[in-house]
Design a protein around this ligand. Structure first.
Ligand code: SF4
Length: 388
């Protein structure tokens, strides 16, 4: 693994330095022109993480780059890929007597087949928003006559804190607490995306936060098996530009490597102690995610030693959701369509009245387009059809 842009050393103030931005943009555009010419089309770069999608639009990076670079928005938003059945399960739990459902705020407005958690809350269900997973043990102590269920979602990034909370609950012999876990594992998700071949991708901007946990080495199959370069990036404008520059340099030199432009926090091996804790509490299982379908080893489910905390055993299995939005959202999630190529975008689907999770989540691609790009539905695109 190399870091081919090591000549630039950054300090905090330099992350938005206009001179560095100007210089990087010029170099990136030149490289993109050359690579696009050899490809016969624009270079297609997927930013895996929804945080990067928002960083790109928030800082206007997309407007600085020329037409030979196209961003394909990836599935790296845990709320967005959450299957509607998961919402339905949480909804069912929240409606049970003497039950408190605890969760993170983002997921509250995501529609399921029978409405959102927010709608259930308005009808009287006791749903609490937590800011730290460890708060749920206190909630259980404070409400000994209630059943507390923590609806926990996230990528590998949030798994460690949930794993520690579950271990802590076990050590404290907490009896009235369960966890409904939907933690999506990044690597199986990425390889499934590449296996589908739905989006034509030339390289990846790798996620920053997940990489802090997993380390940069875990991405080697992306280069070795799928022959795609990947550069891990931070979330400041220059972080993203540096990663793009490194990617385009690789493509122009016909290299295909895993590189790290976020080495101030991401190491090769990641946080090994945290990985051990995750593996003690979770095992990998298969789940059907929105847009991605069934993905083997993609969800962290509880190990048998922690079965007493498994909230998935409490709720009945719900049938697949026939939500109208699922096809549109699915295509955006796998990079097949841009948000403004969904006919519902900005019309019936807005942040105030979302029809899909991608318009709800703070990391959703549709929310990013609506907030920063303020562009209407793309009328010039071909008519949307199931075969498209
Ligand atoms: S605009 Fe709404 S319905 Fe369309 S893809 Fe985005 S979230 Fe889904």
């Amino acid at each position: 693994m190399t870091n081919s842009f090591s000549e630039l050393t950054f300090n905090t103030r330099a992350f938005r330095n206009p001179d560095i931005v100007t210089s990087l943009v010029k170099q990136i555009n030149q490289l993109a022109d050359g690579v696009a010419e050899s490809l016969g089309r624009p270079v297609q770069i997927m930013e895996v993480c929804g945080g990067h999608t928002h960083a790109i639009f928030h800082s206007g990076i997309d407007q600085l780059l020329n037409e030979n670079i196209e961003f394909i928005h990836g599935p790296g938003c845990p709320v967005c890929v959450l299957p509607a059945q998961a919402i339905d399960k949480a909804t069912w739990v929240a409606q049970q007597a003497d039950t408190i459902l605890a969760t993170f705020g983002d997921v509250l407005r995501v529609p399921g087949a029978k409405g959102s958690l927010q709608q259930i809350q308005a009808q009287g269900a006791d749903i609490r928003i937590l800011y730290s997973p460890l708060d749920v043990t206190q909630l259980a102590f404070d409400n000994p006559t209630k059943k507390i269920v923590f609806f926990a979602i996230g990528f590998d990034t949030t798994m460690p804190s949930i794993a520690l909370t579950i271990q802590s609950a076990k050590q404290q012999h907490i009896q009235n607490l369960k966890f409904l876990c939907y933690h999506i594992r990044l690597m199986p998700t990425l390889t499934t995306l590449l296996d589908t071949g739905e989006a034509e991708l030339d390289g990846f901007i790798g996620p920053g936060h997940v990489s802090i946990v997993l380390g940069s080495e875990c991405y080697q199959p992306i280069a070795a098996k799928y022959h795609k370069p990947l550069v891990i990036a931070g979330f400041e404008p220059i972080d993203v530009l540096q990663a793009l520059h490194m990617l385009l340099l690789q493509l122009s030199q016909q290299r295909c490597e895993i590189e790290n432009a976020y080495s101030r926090v991401v190491s090769k091996q990641g946080n090994v102690l945290v990985q051990q804790t995750m593996n003690e509490v979770f095992k990998n299982s298969e789940l059907n995610w929105r847009g991605l379908g069934n993905v083997a080893n993609s969800v962290g489910s509880l190990q048998p030693e922690y079965a007493q905390f498994d909230g998935s055993l409490v709720a009945p299995q719900s049938s697949p959701c026939e939500c109208d939005d699922s096809k549109y959202c699915a295509d955006v999630l796998i990079g097949k369509r841009k948000p403004n190529q969904c006919p519902l975008f900005g019309r019936s689907c807005t942040p105030e009245s979302p029809l899909g999770a991608l318009m709800v989540s703070s990391e959703g691609a549709c929310a990013a387009y609506y907030k920063y790009k303020q562009i209407p539905f793309n009328e010039s695109q071909p008519e949307y059809s199931e075969d498209a």
